[in-house]
Design a protein around this ligand. Structure first.
Ligand SMILES: *Cc1c(COP(=O)(O)O)cnc(C)c1O
Length: 222
């Protein structure tokens, strides 16, 4: 089933990429694997997926260390909120952290990266819809926050957003792209199962897809 879903998603992805002048020349897929257990992960690995997104540090620690050893080319992305007390584990496990959104977290990451002598690539998460319950820096504070991170010499490579569920996504993607361009950031992590084609048409360089690949999420007892 995963293989078939992947084929459908890949075809839709390519079609969207070729249909817009704003689209990036290459877009890669991050399989959002939260709540997926070992069987599903194996299916995805066998189908050739090499980027995975996890939402919780603890869940990722219980699922990935062994697989990372047996599959050296894998990239693990943190796509859920990061608490400062989990920074040590996050820096040692993830290749990409997409949810940097506040000065205290930037400070903690800078300190831990120096300590471990190893750094994941970092994305700043922007709360484009200014939703109070959602993580991310609000747009009017994004410029100052990005300067702050660069001042700490953090390896910021791009921006990430999750638009409000009840609004069209396009204006949010377009805002994210504008902020990224102002700062010369070339990576845009935007688009999920229900809006990835729109995201690609607006310049996403990576999309985070769960349901369209794995089917509806149900826990395998994790
Ligand atoms: C779960 C999740 C996704 C994937 O969502 P789907 O709608 O299942 O594709 C993408 N991004 C984040 C941050 C998520 O938490």
């Amino acid at each position: 089933m995963f293989g078939k879903n992947l084929q459908i998603v890949s075809e839709r992805l390519d079609k969207a990429r070729l249909s817009s002048p704003l689209a990036a020349s290459a877009v890669f897929l991050v399989a959002a694997s939260k709540n997926q257990g070992p069987e599903r992960l194996k299916e995805a690995l066998n189908a050739g997926i090499s980027h995975f997104g996890e939402n919780r540090v603890q869940e990722a620690e219980s699922k990935w260390p062994g697989l990372l050893k047996s599959h050296p080319g894998l990239h693990l992305h943190l796509i859920g909120p990061l608490q400062t007390n989990k920074v040590r584990e996050a820096v040692s496990l993830f290749h990409v952290i997409e949810t940097l959104d506040r000065p205290a977290l930037a400070d903690a990451l800078a300190k831990e990266i120096r300590k471990q002598g190893r750094s994941p690539e970092l994305f700043v998460q922007v709360n484009t819809g200014e939703e109070p319950q959602k993580a991310g820096v609000v747009p009017e504070k994004a410029d100052a926050f990005i300067y702050y991170c660069k001042g700490l010499a953090l390896p910021i490579v791009g921006l990430m957003c999750v638009p409000p569920a009840d609004q069209p996504s396009a204006p949010h993607f377009s805002l994210l792209r504008e902020i990224a361009q102002r700062h010369g950031l070339t990576h845009l992590s935007m688009g999920m199962s229900n809006d990835f084609e729109t995201a690609i048409r607006m310049g996403a360089t990576q999309v985070r897809i769960g349901t369209a690949l794995f089917g509806e999420r149900k826990s395998e007892g994790l």
